[in-house]
Design a protein around this ligand. Structure first.
Ligand code: ZN
Ligand code: ZN
Length: 202
């Protein structure tokens, strides 16, 4: 049996997705929610005048920059919150549960849906047929929010050496990688057991 996300061989007590992959998804979900989370940062980034207290009056009618449009579409209904809610509806249906309910504004709904997804995460990682897709989509949301808010630098790439001599460039988020040199498939933790490749001066 292999992990549905990173394809490394599972331990005997694992089913579906491996523990590191499940933990990574859980960490990302946790990072999205809450008053200091990625979604809150995203919402704040699209109303720059809101901290002044009074109504924000702008004399300029400039079109918003593309980055702000991306942030806007991610923050609005149909964006991050809706994508997560769609997954939760799907999970509830698979479990035979009632349709989930949402209350409050989008930030509150974001916190609710993340909390609920995290409760059901162990089940989904083990049993849900599309968990790999969920894992990828959550990672994508995190990167999109990071790019839209300009708050996150791209993850640092670490060069590691495959025994075949090929250098693989991986990030801490790498779920798994296939060596293009010898076609060996590495899981997340296996790839970090490979020796670091020597950095050569450019
Ligand atoms: Zn895995
Ligand atoms: Zn190799």
């Amino acid at each position: 049996m292999q992990c549905t996300v990173c394809t490394r061989d599972l331990y005997a007590d694992e089913t579906g997705a491996c523990r590191p992959c499940t933990d990574r998804v859980d960490r990302t979900l946790r990072a999205i929610a809450g008053p200091g989370g990625l979604y809150a940062r995203l919402s704040a980034s699209i109303r720059p005048g809101s901290s002044s207290g009074g109504p924000h009056v702008s004399g300029s009618r400039d079109a918003p920059a593309p980055v702000r449009l991306t942030a806007l579409s991610l923050a609005a209904r149909g964006g991050v919150v809706t994508i997560l809610q769609t997954w939760l509806i799907d999970w509830h249906e698979a479990l035979g549960y009632r349709h989930p309910r949402w209350d409050g504004d989008l930030q509150q709904q974001c916190d609710q849906v993340v909390a609920r997804l995290r409760v059901l995460l162990p089940w989904a990682a083990e049993q849900h047929g599309a968990f790999d897709e969920f894992a990828r989509e959550v990672g994508q949301l995190q990167r999109q929010i990071g790019a839209a808010t300009g708050g996150e630098r791209p993850p640092r790439r670490v060069p590691v050496a495959c025994p075949c001599g090929h250098v693989l460039r991986v990030t801490l988020d790498t779920a798994g990688v296939k060596c293009p040199g010898c076609s060996v498939q590495y899981g997340h933790s296996e790839v970090f057991q490979l020796p670091l490749a020597e950095r050569r001066a450019a």
